[in-house]
Every structure is written in structure tokens, then in C-alpha cells.
Write a protein that binds this ligand. Structure first.
Ligand SMILES: CC(C)(COP(=O)(O)OP(=O)(O)OC[C@H]1O[C@@H](n2cnc3c(N)ncnc32)[C@H](O)[C@@H]1OP(=O)(O)O)[C@@H](O)C(=O)NCCC(=O)NCCS
Length: 439
């Protein structure tokens, strides 16, 4: 058993009695009520999911295993010559809740290295698809094609104790995570770089190797590390995380679950939003004739956008009520590496101008920027100008968090998910009864 798996097992054993006690002794304690608005409105704010991997505080932003983004970026061991932590160390943190030592990070990197060989048929599947297929479709198809590799399915079919489900799930998760960056880079080079794919370099860490396979020089290795870490998890109620958890709750294996997670992320209201931000900013640039506008000119442009009935992309959030710390982490990167980039200058002006305008308009509950207001600018700067690919990068990152959640779901024996539906007539009946009770 690997050191990480051993540590995880110790943590799981210590955690299980907590969950068991809550169900057995406090299962009927209420966490809240559900109203008609929530039943129709996408279960917003309904507290009915449990995860210890991350928690989204409306005022603070995401905490991974209790740690804020600045804390995670500061405390995790860093790749030599870079400013950003190893993705491998972040995986260790997500799985165990502990900050790893350098040695522990090296062991995780070694474990990934041993699992990194992508089966040839995955590339064959990708090559058989029309080249203009969306890269998210390709990623999803590649992942589901690998389902035949599932260790969980083999063990399940052979007969396995429920308590041990997490073990082959861990095997599947680590195998898939080890291979996902190469599959993503392969899609990129095959589709957008004249089919000049670059073989993996096993001497490099995950972020370094991804930059190498993308064919992009430093500090893109740090961009990759930052990007994968920032996008890894955002609680479990967002569409991609929830889709992964839901599918896995049927004991479908990691490959089915992560492929479903990718499909959810592909929607324009979720992961795809980051490409919309960039095209909007470029529209602003074109209208301004490329020159850097004054704050007043930009203010006018933002008002014009609002008055034409459109939202300001990259601003607002369903849960957050302050600037997204994922935005701030990327902003700091931009200030260090690309402060003079024209696109970043626009983003910087928007950061000053948009929140007061949205506050003045008085509609958005959160006038501050979210993660998507920065991500595309960095990718564009380093030459990844194919918008369609941005969500693939998001998906690789998100897979780390969703896989950690699924392993823990299995470890704690979370059952198949099955919320109850009602009919519109039942809602009308409930509304009538509530009105009658009031009068
Ligand atoms: C993220 C988002 C979908 C959250 O939606 P939400 O939870 O419904 O947001 P709110 O409760 O604050 O919305 C209240 C009102 O403010 C408006 N609003 C919210 N964000 C806005 C923005 N960035 N620009 C203009 N208006 C906005 C909403 O459209 C809504 O208007 P309505 O009452 O006329 O329907 C929303 O803020 C948005 O559309 N942002 C821009 C797109 C974006 O950045 N998406 C990526 C999200 S990570």
C-alpha cells in the first residue's frame, strides 16, 4: 500500500465513527426547511449535501480542507524555481486534510508517475472523432472509453465488502488523475497545433509535465499548477461536483462519474463562462479601437452593456459576496508576470470600475469579480487562444476535487442519492394551504 493510501486509510477509520454517530443518534436533527422557490429554483441554499474536502464561505471564498487559498498557496511545498505549489501536494491535502512534507509530495508524484501510461486505444478514440468536435466532448469520450480499466468494477464483480469500496475507487481515481493531463494536452496539440503531440516527460512534476506536453515555456508550468489547484473544488453543490457525486452514488465507477462531471462543466452557465468573459473583453477592446480607455470611458461602456440588457461577465456569484479569492490569486500572478499586457490592463480597469456601477444599479447581490474574470487572460497571454479549450483546463483541475470527494463518499458509505419530487399541482395545493392558514 502506498504511503498516501495508508495515511488515507488511517484518516478514514478515524472519521467513520463521526458519520455513524450522526446518522444513528442525530439523524432527525433539522438543518433547514425547503420552500417552493427552492424546489423550483434549483435547490438553491438547500443544505442536503455533505463534504469535508472544501467549504464555500460567502464572505471568505473557498476553503480547501479548512484553509483559504492564500494559506494553501503559502503552505504547500513549491516546485523548485517556481512560485506555485505542486499539484501533487494539493491532492495530498484534499485527500487527507494535511499539508504534506516535501518527501510526501515526492511519493505522490512517484505514485502518479507509475500510473501515467495512457492506453493507446484512448488516443485512437480521440483520433477517430471529427477534428472539429468540441474538446470537452473529446475529453469526456476519452474518459468514458477508459471505463474498461476500472479496478472497482473488477473487485465489485468478484464480490467485495462494502467497507472496502473506497480502496479500488482510490486505485481508479489515482490512475485516471495521473493520465488526465496527458489526455488534455494531447487533445490540445492534436486539434490546435497541427497534430504535433508531445510525449510526456516523466521526470517532471504534474504541472511542469503538463506545460511541457502543451509545448509552452515557463512560467506556464506555474500557470498550470495554479489553475489546477484553484479550480479543483468549490463545495459539492455546483453542477460538475454534484454530477460526479450523483453518478458515483449509484456505484458507477470513477470513469463514468468523471465523464459526467465533465459534461456538466461544459455548460455555458458553469465552466464555459470563462471563455465568454474573454470574448466580451475583446469586444470592449475592439470598440475602443485597442486603446486603453480612461476609467470614465470604461464606466460608460459598462453602463451601455447593462442598459442593453446584458450582464457583465465575470462579475457576480450565486454564493460569494466578495471578490473571489481565486480571482485575487490570478490577479497577483498577472501583476507579477504580465502587468503591461493590454488585455490585463482592461481587466484591471474593470476591477476598479464595474463594482461601483453594479452597486449603483442595485441588482446584483454580489458586485465583485469571480474566478472567470481573470482566467482566460492568463491563458491568452501564454498563447492558448482557443477559447474552447479553457473549460478542458478547468475540467482537469476539477477532477482532482471531485475524485477526492468520491473516494470519501465511498469511505463513509454515503448511499445512492434520491431526492423526492413533487408535482406542480402539489405545490399549488401547498401554496393554497399556506394562504388559507395566513388569512
Ligand atoms: C454568476 C451569476 C449567474 C449569479 O446569478 P444569481 O445568483 O442569480 O445573481 P444575483 O442573485 O445577484 O442576481 C440578481 C440580479 O442581478 C443581476 N446580476 C447578477 N450579476 C450580474 C452581472 N454580472 N451583471 C449584471 N447584472 C447582474 C442578475 O441578472 C439578476 O437580475 P434580474 O433580477 O433582472 O434577473 C450572475 O452573477 C451572472 O450572470 N454573472 C455574470 C456571468 C458570470 O460571470 N458567470 C460566471 C459565474 S462563476
Amino acid at each position: 500500500m502506498s504511503k498516501l493510501k495508508e495515511k488515507l486509510y488511517t484518516k478514514i477509520q478515524a472519521w467513520r465513527p463521526r458519520t455513524a454517530k450522526l446518522i444513528k443518534e442525530h439523524g432527525d436533527v433539522k438543518l433547514g426547511e425547503v420552500n417552493i422557490g427552492q424546489a423550483i429554483g434549483g435547490a438553491r441554499d438547500v443544505k442536503c449535501l455533505v463534504t469535508d474536502i472544501s467549504y464555500l464561505d460567502p464572505m471568505e471564498g473557498i476553503r480547501f480542507r479548512g484553509m483559504t487559498i492564500p494559506e494553501v498557496l503559502e503552505k504547500l511545498p513549491k516546485a523548485p524555481g517556481g512560485d506555485m505549489p505542486y499539484v501533487e501536494g494539493h491532492v495530498y491535502l484534499l485527500l487527507t486534510g494535511d499539508i504534506p512534507t516535501e518527501k510526501e509530495v515526492a511519493e505522490v508524484a512517484d505514485e502518479f508517475r507509475k500510473r501515467a501510461k495512457v492506453p493507446q486505444y484512448v488516443f485512437d478514440v480521440l483520433r477517430a472523432m471529427p477534428r472539429d468536435t468540441h474538446p470537452m466532448t473529446m475529453l469526456s469520450a476519452a474518459v468514458v472509453a477508459m471505463q474498461r480499466e476500472s479496478v472497482f468494477v473488477q473487485k465489485y464483480n468478484a464480490g467485495i465488502n462494502k467497507n472496502d469500496y473506497w480502496d479500488p475507487t482510490y486505485e481508479d481515481a489515482m490512475n485516471l488523475l495521473a493520465q488526465l493531463p496527458e489526455i488534455a494536452a494531447y487533445i490540445f496539440r492534436m486539434k490546435y497545433r497541427g497534430d504535433t503531440t508531445i510525449p510526456s516527460d516523466p521526470t517532471l512534476d504534474m504541472g511542469g509535465n503538463f506545460a511541457h506536453m502543451m509545448g509552452i515555456a515557463k512560467p506556464y508550468d506555474d500557470v498550470s499548477r495554479l489553475y489546477f489547484i484553484l479550480h479543483s473544488d468549490h463545495e459539492s453543490g455546483n453542477v460538475s461536483a454534484h454530477a460526479g457525486h450523483l453518478i458515483s452514488s449509484a456505484l458507477s465507477d470513477i470513469y463514468y462519474s468523471i465523464s459526467g462531471m465533465i459534461n456538466g462543466l461544459a455548460g455555458p452557465l458553469h465552466g464555459l463562462a470563462n471563455q465568454e468573459v474573454l470574448s466580451w473583453i475583446q469586444g470592449v477592446m475592439a470598440k475602443m479601437g485597442g486603446k486603453v480607455p480612461t476609467d470614465e470611458e470604461m464606466r460608460q461602456f459598462v453602463w451601455d452593456t447593462l442598459k442593453s440588457g446584458q450582464v457583465i461577465p465575470g462579475y457576480g456569484h450565486a454564493v460569494l459576496r466578495k471578490t473571489d479569492p481565486r480571482y485575487m490569486a490570478q490577479r497577483e500572478f498577472c501583476l507579477k508576470h504580465l502587468p503591461e499586457d493590454p488585455l490585463f490592463k482592461y481587466v484591471d480597469i474593470l476591477f476598479r470600475v464595474v463594482p461601483p456601477v453594479l452597486l449603483e444599479q442595485g441588482k446584483a447581490k454580489n458586485p465583485w469579480p469571480n474566478v472567470d474574470a481573470q482566467s482566460g487572460v492568463i491563458q491568452w497571454y501564454y498563447g492558448v487562444k482557443e477559447y474552447d479549450f479553457y473549460t478542458v483546463l478547468f475540467a482537469v483541475g476539477r477532477a482532482f476535487g471531485v475524485a477526492a470527494n468520491i473516494i470519501w463518499d465511498r469511505a463513509l458509505g454515503y448511499p445512492i442519492e434520491r431526492p423526492k419530487s413533487v408535482t406542480t399541482a402539489m405545490l399549488e395545493e401547498a401554496a393554497k394551504a399556506a394562504s388559507a392558514a395566513k388569512s
